[in-house]
Design a protein around this ligand. Structure first.
Ligand SMILES: CC(C)(COP(=O)(O)OP(=O)(O)OC[C@H]1O[C@@H](n2cnc3c(N)ncnc32)[C@H](O)[C@@H]1OP(=O)(O)O)[C@@H](O)C(=O)NCCC(=O)NCCS
Length: 173
């Protein structure tokens, strides 16, 4: 079961230029001190945007305050099937974590990539969290430069590809 936000006034919409600085700060705050954080998650979002690979960026506002953001970018797989999308980073401000905002952003984002004809969605993340959204471990499809045990796939159309995925190069530099 995914949690629904306790706050009834959650407004989820596409990012605008006015949100960019806030998204950078939010992402930095959300990942700060996390043992699994690379420390450059906020730069990943900026690089994806700068390179035209920020396919979907949704922001969640509560009473005019930015409370969360989710990123989707194009992903490739060696069998050349398309389109696939990568989820992440996804961030919720520390004081509002655990209240369903992340779940709401993930549900809204998946609905958007379905509109883009997504065959499915990939991510590297904690299986305990993402399995509740229908993601399944897919170590055989993991990019060679990602930890296979944290690589997950959610099929939206078609069947599981046979090849290995690649995240957009903007994730790495
Ligand atoms: C991960 C994140 C986006 C989830 O959003 P959220 O609004 O806090 O999460 P929700 O309220 O929808 O779900 C809460 C549940 O997720 C769990 N959860 C949250 N982050 C988790 C993580 N990194 N790993 C495992 N479980 C996690 C909580 O323990 C809670 O579990 P429960 O329902 O069994 O009590 C948010 O916690 C966050 O910004 N974390 C820091 C940044 C991060 O790790 N981003 C994801 C990696 S790309």
């Amino acid at each position: 079961m995914t949690k629904e936000p306790n706050h009834p006034k959650l407004d989820i919409r596409f990012e605008t230029a006015a949100d960019i600085i806030g998204i950078h700060k939010l992402t930095q705050q959300a990942f700060h001190g996390r043992p699994y954080a690379a420390g450059d998650e906020q730069e990943v979002v900026d690089r994806l945007r700068d390179r035209g690979a920020l396919t979907i960026s949704l922001v969640a506002f509560e009473e005019g305050q930015l409370a969360g953001q989710i990123t989707f970018s194009p992903a490739e797989v060696t069998d050349a099937s398309a389109p696939w999308f990568a989820l992440g980073p996804v961030s919720v401000i520390p004081e509002r974590q655990g209240d369903g905002i992340g779940a709401s952003l993930i549900a809204a984002g998946i609905a958007e990539i379905v509109k883009h004809g997504a065959l499915g969605c990939i991510l590297t993340g904690n299986p305990t969290y993402y399995q509740r959204f229908g993601f399944e471990a897919a170590p055989d499809n993991a990019p060679t430069n990602e930890p296979a045990e944290y690589f997950m796939l959610k099929l939206l159309a078609g069947s599981k590809p046979s090849g290995r995925f690649a995240f957009h190069p903007a994730f790495y530099a």
